[in-house]
Design a protein around this ligand. Structure first.
Ligand code: TXA
Ligand code: MG
Length: 344
């Protein structure tokens, strides 16, 4: 895909510019354009948070409903206090411990935050990404005179589809929806691989709204009290990552127990389907393509989305996945698998 996009670009077609220079991405944002940006979790589709037109365009490009709020990415906690209207002790403690890193903190918003960012909600989600390129973009914006810069960045996928973890995957998702002037900043493969943990600190009871690499235990240990986790996604329509069906490739995704994997592969193959497997051990199956044999929960998280993408690139009909059994980030991986399977 990357080669294809590069070849097209050289031919001068109307595609976003692929760059590895954070200064180019910052200039595009200042110019009101969109920028695909690398983070440690997944690639985001960035816009300057102060620019309402650019922010609104991210919704159009993704095909995402306008009332699903965006995360504002900031450099540090000092910047967060300019976007939050209530940067409370819970928020400060979490950010001090886990920023920059895969944790998004929700608090009440300040007057700087526009309705375009929050879908009209009274709260704002903030995160400082742990990726050198993204931090350099924020620094360049500050140098250009933007006070406490904020960059909105939803995952750079079409609404409901699998989040991209490489620049090539961003182009595969969005290049036909981006226009000249938009850019994609190549910062390599995302290290964590699944989206940030979202913690709602807007009320006294701290609540996890999306599971991620920062686990519920890490958060409750730090705060010294148990945290709640939003349970039923079906009622939580405004948090896309909480929708029951999300993170879906075109292939059907089915969760199976490890000891049932080979039988299920044989069954589907006998029906004529092309099958891929995602497993937790090095397991060879003659009737299926091994998309991922994860050697650890972290490896599983890092490579899951690439594996789902690869299933579609190989035109597979079915993906059979054995969920990881550990806790912590394994819970977040299982959550994404369950949602990928829900639309199958
Ligand atoms: O790891 C990540 O968080 C990535 C990278 C690019 O930073 N971003 C990401 O953004 O996953 P997005 O838009 O795909 O998912 C953010 C989720 C959405 O489900 C959104 O509804 C929720 O955060 N969200 C944002 N602001 C919120 C708010 N004020 N209250 C509740 N949920 C909010
Ligand atoms: Mg997303």
């Amino acid at each position: 895909m990357a080669l294809q996009a590069g070849a097209d670009r050289d031919a001068g077609q109307d595609l976003p510019q692929l760059t590895s220079d954070p200064g180019v991405a910052a200039a595009a944002l200042l110019d009101g354009r969109l920028a695909g940006l690398p983070t440690e979790t997944v690639y985001g589709l960035g816009a300057l948070a102060d620019n309402e037109d650019a922010v609104r365009r991210t919704f159009a490009v993704k095909g995402r409903p306008a009332d699903h709020p965006l995360i504002v990415h900031v450099r540090d906690t000092a910047s967060a206090t300019h976007w939050s209207g209530d940067w409370n002790p819970h928020a400060q403690a979490l950010a001090e411990e886990f920023w920059p890193g895969p944790l998004t903190v929700i608090t009440r918003r300040s007057s700087r935050v526009t309705d375009a960012v929050t879908g009209g909600q009274p709260t704002v989600a903030l995160r400082s990404p742990d990726h050198h390129h993204f931090q350099q973009v924020l620094e360049a914006l500050a140098r250009a005179g933007v006070q406490h810069p904020g960059v909105t960045a939803p995952s750079a996928n079409r609404f409901g589809a699998v989040s991209p973890t490489t620049a090539a995957a961003v182009l595969a998702e969005l290049s036909d929806r981006l226009t000249p002037g938009d850019v994609v900043l190549d910062g390599g493969t995302c290290h964590v691989g699944i989206e940030s943990t979202i913690v709602d600190c807007s009320s006294e009871q701290v609540r996890i709204r999306r599971l991620g690499a920062i686990t519920s235990d890490m958060i409750s240990d730090l705060l010294g009290s148990p945290v709640a986790t939003s349970s039923t996604p079906a009622t939580a329509g405004r948090v896309s990552g909480e929708l029951e069906s999300h993170y879906s490739p075109a292939a059907t995704v089915e969760l199976v127990e490890r000891d049932q994997l080979n039988d299920r592969v044989a069954e589907l193959a006998a029906q004529g389907g092309a099958v891929g497997v995602i497993t937790t051990v090095d397991q060879t199956t003659s009737d299926a393509v091994v998309l991922l044999a994860a050697t650890s929960d972290e490896h599983y998280a890092q490579s899951l989305y690439a594996a789902l993408r690869s299933a579609d690139a190989q035109h597979l009909d079915h993906v059979l996945a054995v969920a990881p059994t550990g806790s912590g980030i394994a819970d977040a991986v299982s959550d994404r698998l369950r949602r990928a399977a829900a639309s199958s």
